[in-house]
Design a protein around this ligand. Sequence first.
Ligand code: FE
Length: 229
Amino acid sequence: MDSKCFYKLSYGVYIACSRKDSKFNGQIVNTCFQVTSDPPQIAMSINKNNLTHEYITESRVAALSILTEKAPMKIIGTFGFKSGRDIDKFEGINYKIGKLGVPIVLDYTTGFFELQIIKDIDVGSHTLFIGRVVEAQVCSEDEPMTYSFYHNVKKGLSPKNAPTYIKKEENTKEEKMQKYICDVCGYVYDPSQGDPDSNIPPGTAFEDIPAAWVCPVCGAGKDSFSPQS
Ligand code: FE
């Protein structure tokens, strides 16, 4: 089996939110899709270990924000790599409370759905929640972020369009530059790509990054990084 084939499947990048009593939580989810149009129903797959899973299971309500290509890694890091058991994910986030009492993230959101959960399908590590759409709203005309955009563009892995001789020179240099992996979230700092979102230009060795720099995904400090073997 070629596991790379799974990367060819197309997804989006969404924030699924729910509530439990007066507490809110949300998380990044990529596996969301419309399953029927009459009535309109959407399915989403949520890991059973996640706090959002617990909230949805109890409250039977959820909201789904569709992130745009403009969404920075920071918001994806907050909702995707941190737990609501440790932090309040909504601090500093622009959101509103919808018809079902669920928080709806509005930052970098091109549209959202509010869902009444009508069915849970146990698929092992995850539950596939089926929700009836009770509200849908378009927020902007910005392009929705696809999972492949997130991997290829946001992580800066898109190929460079450089003249051959420069590319060779860069490659030689890059091969010698050590990559570092974030022990918290698994983000890999690749010196050849730098971290343009944080003004670290391509070609910057990990050692040369300012001490105040933090992981663009989870916010961990430089001391949380280890050389990638
Ligand atoms: Fe990290």
